[in-house]
Ligand binder design. Structure first.
Ligand code: MG
Length: 397
């Protein structure tokens, strides 16, 4: 009884705390190098503080309630979405990244809410048809000396294309979330080099790793589930072999063991890097010239070996390529057709966002689900040089 009374009293006192007091308590459990719960950089348009939610909780809610977030369920991860109920879509991938990001942030004493925001928004700008769609979009944009990169498109979605209030474009998220999206760079960025004004927050770095952990583990799982891959294909992957041994011993799936091995390695190496670089404050993180959240050298090599197998035997398999090529062709044809004859939606986007025609076409097509892109493609006037197989199916194994 005393215990119940005490619990009720604790709850009562908790409810009595102001948001500033609650933020103070929450900040006291963060590492000194984490982004604090009230944020430091603010929003572009000033807003009154929420009565109950912290800054990044509000941002998370705005991201989840966008149309772009809901459309992630119809976008391909590796397979064409809809061809099998158990394969990952961009939505389930995003949820897995958010889950791993939160776990890692909590263990490292970082801001879980911020990491979750960055994870939930990181693929909002992805095209339909996975990386094949992204490559086709990049080729189309290149014709007008522009480019396409899904992370920057995610930033465009939350700062311009989506709407939270009539008063301003975009969601008016905290700048830490926007920076996290900008700094969530792929090898494409590294190859082409872009100015990095400062090192990303550790929360953003965690999401980068969580993304790689999630897609490596779930693509391995999807590859096996589809029977395109078999255990014997992974004979040369020490990471897979170790994960398989653990999962056999525990009676669990290999996917979970791959995640476990990668996450544990990242914790160890990150702690070592934080100590070796004398990181004690958020400013130290920003000023650091080296990544602080990373896998060990040995694990990077093992991960690369596993990814090499996925590249060669899964992504480049005839079954997957068949869909990818269809997706690529659909993006090319939609883009060319809209250039010749812009539909109402493209004209509206062009006017509202004060963009070039190619940008508006890119925004429209990048936002489509696989199925919607196929429907729009089927409406296009027939072309003599079209591959008849393209329009007939989104189905797969
Ligand atoms: Mg991703």
């Amino acid at each position: 009884m005393l215990c119940v009374l005490q619990d009720n009293m604790t709850l009562f006192l908790f409810l009595m705390k102001t948001i500033s007091e609650r933020i103070k308590v929450a900040n006291s459990s963060l590492s000194t190098y984490a982004v604090p719960h009230a944020g430091n950089l603010g929003r572009e348009y000033k807003e009154a503080e929420d009565d109950t939610r912290f800054q990044f909780q509000r941002d998370r809610d705005r991201i989840i309630h966008t149309q772009a977030f809901r459309r992630l369920k119809g976008k391909t991860q590796v397979f064409v979405a809809g061809c099998g109920d158990h394969f990952r879509t961009r939505l389930t991938h995003t949820m897995e990244v958010a889950q791993i990001s939160r776990d890692m942030a909590r263990t490292l004493g970082l801001n879980e809410d911020l990491a979750e925001c960055i994870a939930l928004a990181h693929d909002l700008g992805h095209t339909p048809f996975g990386h094949a769609g992204e490559n086709a979009m990049r080729e189309e944009m290149k014709r007008s000396n522009e480019t396409f990169e899904h992370n920057l498109q995610s930033l465009r979605v939350v700062t311009l294309l989506e709407e939270h209030k009539k008063k301003y474009p975009g969601l008016n998220l905290n700048r830490e979330v926007l920076e996290g999206l900008m700094k969530h760079r792929t090898s494409f960025d590294e190859e082409h080099g872009q100015d990095l004004p400062r090192n990303p927050s550790l929360e953003a770095q965690v999401v980068n790793l969580a993304d790689e952990i999630a897609y490596t583990a779930h693509d391995t799982d999807d590859g096996l589930r589809s029977e395109i891959l078999h255990f014997t294909d992974f004979a040369d992957s020490s990471l897979f072999q170790e994960a398989a041994l653990i999962s056999e011993k525990n009676g669990t799936e290999v996917r979970g063991s791959i995640i476990h091995l990668l996450v544990i390695d990242a914790y160890h190496d990150t702690e070592l890097r934080l100590r070796a670089n004398s990181i004690n404050s958020l400013n130290d993180v920003y000023e650091s010239e080296v990544p602080l959240c990373a896998f060990s050298y040995e694990m990077t090599k093992r991960l690369s070996d596993l990814r090499g197998i996925l590249e060669e035997k899964f992504y480049a398999s005839a079954d997957v390529l068949k869909h990818s090529n269809k997706g690529r062709q659909i993006i090319h044809e939609l883009f060319r057709s809209y250039e010749e004859n812009p539909p109402e939606k493209v004209r509206e986007l062009k006017g509202r966002t004060k963009s070039s025609l190619s940008e508006a076409i890119k925004d429209y097509i990048a936002g489509m689900t696989d199925q919607y892109a196929l429907l729009r493609f089927e409406e296009l006037p027939p072309r003599a040089d079209r591959d008849p197989a393209i329009a007939t199916s989104t189905g797969g194994k």
